[in-house]
Ligand binder design. Sequence first.
Ligand SMILES: *[C@@H]1O[C@H](CO)[C@@H](O)[C@H](O)[C@H]1NC(C)=O
Ligand SMILES: *[C@@H]1O[C@H](CO)[C@@H](O)[C@H](O)[C@H]1NC(C)=O
Ligand SMILES: *[C@@H]1O[C@H](CO)[C@@H](O)[C@H](O)[C@H]1NC(C)=O
Ligand SMILES: *[C@@H]1O[C@H](CO)[C@@H](O)[C@H](O)[C@H]1NC(C)=O
Ligand SMILES: *[C@@H]1O[C@H](CO)[C@@H](O)[C@H](O)[C@H]1NC(C)=O
Length: 498
Amino acid sequence: MSLPRMRLLVLLAAILSGQSTPSLSPTGNETAGIAARQACTQLESSLGPLVQSSGDAYEAAATNAWNLQNAEYQPTCIVFPRTSAHVQVAMKAIYDAESHYAVQAGSHSAMKGWNTVQNGVLIIFSNMKNASYDKVADSITLQPGIHWLEAVTALEPYGVAPVGGRVGGVGTGLLLGGGLSWLSPSQGYAADTFKALDVVLVTGEMVTATATNEYADLFRALKGGGNRFGIVTRYELHAVHTGTKDAKTYFGGQIIYNSSAEALLKATARYVREVNDPKAVILVSLINMVVAETLVPLYFVALFYNGPDLPVDIFGDFLSIPAVTSQLGPLSYLDVAGSLGLGDGRGFVQHFGASALVGDDDLFLDAFNHWSNFSKAFQDDFNTTTLAFTPIPDSQIQAGRANGGNIIDAPSGGFAAVQIYETFRSGIDDIPADVQRGIDVLFEQIPPSPGLPLYLNECDSQQKVFETYGGYDELKDIYAKYDPTRFNVRHTQGPVGL
Ligand SMILES: *[C@@H]1O[C@H](CO)[C@@H](O)[C@H](O)[C@H]1NC(C)=O
Ligand SMILES: *[C@@H]1O[C@H](CO)[C@@H](O)[C@H](O)[C@H]1NC(C)=O
Ligand SMILES: *[C@@H]1O[C@H](CO)[C@@H](O)[C@H](O)[C@H]1NC(C)=O
Ligand SMILES: *[C@@H]1O[C@H](CO)[C@@H](O)[C@H](O)[C@H]1NC(C)=O
Ligand SMILES: *[C@@H]1O[C@H](CO)[C@@H](O)[C@H](O)[C@H]1NC(C)=O
């Protein structure tokens, strides 16, 4: 059988069955290229200069992705919508042409292929970055292109903040993966603060989903479902009254250590087991920097308390471990939100992986030992490797439930989201096969504790995160309802398991 004829049959089979998962490889294929060109031609005529297939704006946007792997794709065209209506037009053209596509908001995804596309249409939200506060409704409205430090800075004069990401350059994609925030211990996952969402479905139809209207199921799925359920073009969120920049109502900062891993791991495990104060929040990052072919430890704890000091019964262990530097003091929420910087270093490969652990000393020490072995085994490839712990206290889980619950549906009781994060040295533009095998070995060595959900925003693209959600079965049903032809799964990359 000739090749073109075979391709046609494969395509037909895919359409008829509605089930197959065609190749979404970075290079795509000819058939995909033809479909994308058809969508782009249609969009050039309906949206004019909001669609670019080459030139400076195109190149700048295509190469801007945070992870170098994603900066190397060349979408067939890029759409720069200014309104939800533009997104509807784009999505309908993509759907009608059966084109591959991707959506990019903050650009900060580490997952290869999740925020860009080859032989497909890329929708980029760089022209939709508004933030506003409605005092009467006490809600914040964000357009999808804004980044977290921009949003917090824009809303600080009103004394309010959204529950958003901890790294300033991250964008609103964080919300769709659940989202961990400095405000999470009191407010829940970032997605738990949704009030209303404008969602463009795969067909181009737009709906507004809330906790109580006919799209309540979709609303719930968007609290953890990532990019699989539609394109959110407007987020209406509960406002948190964090104060203006003059209100130094927080205390904390950062402590840096260069040894004492065991003491730090035990302090972190104890924190996870015992601390359930919604005013307290920490992030513990054990980093190995590769300097002159050796691993140099740099262990970093960010710790904040919504109060005048750091209570010793909560933070005492961290305060008593010998540190290299310690920068602690009174802070506004704007200070807290800016404390990790923008995290926008570009031009190298970034990779995430996820686990989730209950607060058990031995589990934490085991994870560290496996990660240390892994770091050493591939140190020639890395610039930095990181093992990070974010406690998710029971107060966070209960706050989410009180607000209607999310599809992650974590069990009661605290645990830690564990992030395994590598940056690669310059000169490496894709993850070498042996390193990926090492990563997979590491995932087997540090499995999530039974029943705990993985954090979508810090996973490897192949990890089966949805399967770990308490609401997995419900998620599959909601997906089948809103995308009966499985268009999203067949035409864009993202979390597996639907
Ligand atoms: C090529 O892309 C088309 C369009 O998405 C897809 O249906 C088909 O399965 C792909 N063919 C191969 C051989 O991957
Ligand atoms: C943009 O934000 C401003 C206030 O920050 C608000 O007045 C305006 O309505 C917003 N526009 C859109 C399109 O959301
Ligand atoms: C840690 O830092 C201290 C003080 O800067 C230094 O004296 C010590 O040698 C360092 N230890 C390691 C293991 O790098
Ligand atoms: C590697 O890390 C060093 C800091 O240790 C940094 O200055 C440098 O830019 C990094 N290089 C790459 C390619 O990431
Ligand atoms: C250390 O890492 C290497 C590379 O992934 C792996 O082959 C080996 O089994 C690991 N050793 C231990 C003790 O985990």
